[in-house]
Each structure stands twice: as C-alpha cells, then as structure tokens.
Design a protein around this ligand. Structure first.
Ligand SMILES: NC(=O)CC[C@H](N)C(=O)O
Length: 391
C-alpha cells in the first residue's frame, strides 16, 4: 500500500458545447483542455482505458464512481502514455491501495499533462450526453477556471469536431519495429499502427506471428517489402471517413489476396475499403460489458468496446462490395442497438471486428478471434501452396 494521498485540487469547471456547466475540483494537471466528451461504463480497468490511444482527442467521463483505488503500474499500460484529452471522475480514491501500484493516478495524469476534474456527478452528465449526443467540451481549472463563462463556452464551441478528424499521426509509432513470434512460428504479420494497444501485439505474437509494426504513414511498397503472410490494421482515434490513404493501402493488399484482420478502426477501414460508408453514432459504445452476437457461431460475447463511429450496413443479408471485393456480410452486431460489430468477406480472406478481442480492459470472451486469424492465414497458405498461386 502506497502512502500517496489524494488532495482535491483547485476549483475547476466542465463546460459542454450546449452550455451545460458542472463544477468540481482539478484532478491531474491543472489548466485547460478541449475535446469531444464521451462516457465509458467500465467498472474496472481505468488504466487500460486511459492508455488506449483510441481515446486521443476525447474527454472521458468514467461512470464508475470510485476511480484510482489501485493506482497505476507499468504492466497495465496499453501504451507509453495517457492519451485522453481530459478525464472526468466522481470520487477519486483518497489512497492508493494495491500491491502492484507504483504511483497514483492523480500524479500520472499530471505527469502526462492531462487535465482532469473530480467531484462531478458523472451519471448525471452521462444521461445528459445520452440524450444530447457526444459533443465538444472543455475542462478549465486554475486560472482558466476564473475566465468568464461566456469566454469558456466560446473556446469550447470553437474546438475541433471529431467528425472529419484524422489523429493517426499523433498516436502512431514514428519508426517500424518488430516483435518476434512467441508461439510456434506461422508467418509474418504486418501491423499498421493506427494507435495499437500492447495487448493486441502480444496476442498476435503468441499466435505465432512475427509482428512487424509499421507507422501509419507506411506506403504500399513498405508493406510489400516485408512480404507479409497477413495484414492487420489496429484500433485508433479519429473519424474513419478521414483516412483515405489507409483505405487505399488496405485495398491494394486485399487485391493481392493477403489475409486481413482489423480491430475497431481496422474494422471501419475494412468497411470503407469494400466500399461501404461509415457514420457517427449518437454517443458511441464505450465499456467492457457490451453484448454482441457472433452470427457465424450463434454465440453471444460480452465485449470490450470503444467506438464513436460504425459501418453503415444492414445486419442481415449478403452485400456486394461496390469496390469489387466480392460478397461480404455483417458477422457480428450489437445486441443493445443492432450496430455493426464485425464484417466477414466471403470471397477474399478478410474479416474484422468493431470491438476489442484483446480486451484490456474487459472480459476475454473474444480472444479466440486471434485463433480465427491464425487459422485463416494457415488455410490461405495451404491453399496457395496446393494451387501454386504465389500471391
Ligand atoms: N477504438 C477505436 O479504434 C475507435 C475507432 C474510431 N476512432 C471510433 O471512434 O469509432
């Protein structure tokens, strides 16, 4: 148990684009931050949530009231830093109490310069957003808390909209790197890092892939130079409609018959590559208790999710790809609201899910999808060996 004690910071205010104001105390860094306000319903796993790069540009409201109890540790980080644009909590733990803790969340937020606010009725704001939709917001603390309310609101309204936003360059690795297979080696997977989480790379390596991680700016030639047995696009922040270069990169690889698996942003980009549009959800899905039906097995999985956009397709039926990639179907959908949660191509070796089979945080119901990917790659390899197809 650490003796790090949380002392509530100076007054702070959360201002929403529609004019709503909620007062509290500074938590983490003191100052000003702007972003899109969204809520996450996970009862555990705040550290994994905060270090998920998909949250870049977003002010996250945690509906679980008590946050920070177990502090922070190196092992539970999903990336090198906290990525949320701001953090809104009800009741930060006064003490850190866990044998794995290396420090407090309050200090970690401050270290990464993340402005937060505590003492907020997070459930009330969640209900507000549930009816009003995700919107722009700002947290103002310290000197910024004293700015006139009209000025604060003006700053919030002039903030950047998540629609049309490409944030991949902010979160992706600058340089390629490699993680060797830790299981029995089956081949090489090229991973386009659009904001990848550590757990995803671990799962891929454990399934026998040498994992070649590429920056989001990678060219088709860079991918080809690796002669990969498979391609993977990660989760990531931003609007999939603003990622044309990634869509083109994916199309080129799909045309060459390279097996593909995508998670979250990688699902939206598969949808776009096939020629289907994406759209913005009213308030998104963020939490670790989201029920999804896997149509291919008839099983329900309780999944970890974090998305504000989705692929626009009817969940029933088979859909012809307007881009000439054959037939595709919705393989998974949300049992809460029928939103598309997975795609499966019937004529090319490609599939993807909108949710997070790597969990972290969340239940492990969907981990088997990494096996599905490995099996797809092995099947494709056996097929090309027997037909002499060198694609
Ligand atoms: N976790 C993700 O990959 C999120 C994808 C996308 N940025 C969305 O909000 O829908």
């Amino acid at each position: 148990m650490s003796d790090t004690r949380f002392v509530p910071g100076p007054p702070a205010v959360l201002v929403l684009e529609d004019g709503a104001r909620f007062t509290g105390r500074a938590y983490g860094a003191v100052g000003r931050t702007l972003g899109e306000v969204v809520f996450a319903t996970g009862m555990t796993g705040y550290q994994e949530t905060l270090t998920d790069p998909s949250y870049a540009g977003q002010i996250v409201i945690q509906t679980a009231p008590h946050i920070g109890n177990t502090g922070v540790n190196t092992e539970d980080r999903e990336s090198a830093r906290i990525w949320v644009a701001g953090y809104v909590v009800r009741d930060p733990s006064r003490v850190v109490s866990n044998f794995r803790a290396e420090g407090s969340l309050d200090d970690e937020l401050a270290r990464d310069g993340v402005v937060g606010i505590s003492g907020i009725d997070t459930r009330a704001i969640t209900r507000h957003i549930r009816s009003g939709g995700a919107m722009k917001a700002g947290i103002f603390s310290g000197e910024d808390a004293a700015l006139p309310a009209a000025e604060q609101l003006d700053l919030v309204r002039r903030g950047v909209d998540m629609r049309g936003r490409n944030l991949s360059g902010d979160v992706s690795t600058g340089e390629p790197y490699r993680i060797p297979a830790s299981g029995e080696r089956i081949g090489t997977v090229a991973v386009l890092d659009l904001g990848v989480k550590k757990s995803t790379l671990t799962y891929l390596s454990e399934r026998g892939f040498d994992v070649e991680v590429l920056p989001q700016s990678a060219s088709a030639d860079q991918v080809k130079a690796l002669n990969p047995d498979a391609l993977f696009f990660s989760n990531g922040p931003g609007d999939p409609a603003a990622s044309d270069a990634h869509v083109e990169l994916l199309r080129e690889s799909l045309r060459a018959g390279v097996p593909y698996f995508g998670i979250c942003f990688g699902n939206q980009l598969l949808g776009r590559a096939l020629g289907f549009p994406t759209y913005k959800l009213p308030f998104g899905h963020r939490g670790i208790n989201q029920p999804v039906l896997d149509k291919t097995t008839g099983r329900v999985e309780i999944t970890s999710q974090n998305h504000g956009f989705a692929v626009d397709l009817p969940v029933e039926g088979v859909h012809d790809s307007p881009e000439g990639f054959g037939r595709a179907e919705v393989s998974h959908y949300s049992l809460n609201d029928n939103v598309v949660e997975g795609l499966r191509c019937l004529d090319i070796p490609a599939f993807s899910v909108q949710y997070h089979p790597e969990s972290a945080a969340g239940p492990h119901d969907a981990n088997h999808l990494f096996d599905r990917f490995r099996d797809l790659v092995i099947a494709r390899r056996d097929e090309t060996t027997s037909t002499g197809d060198q694609n």
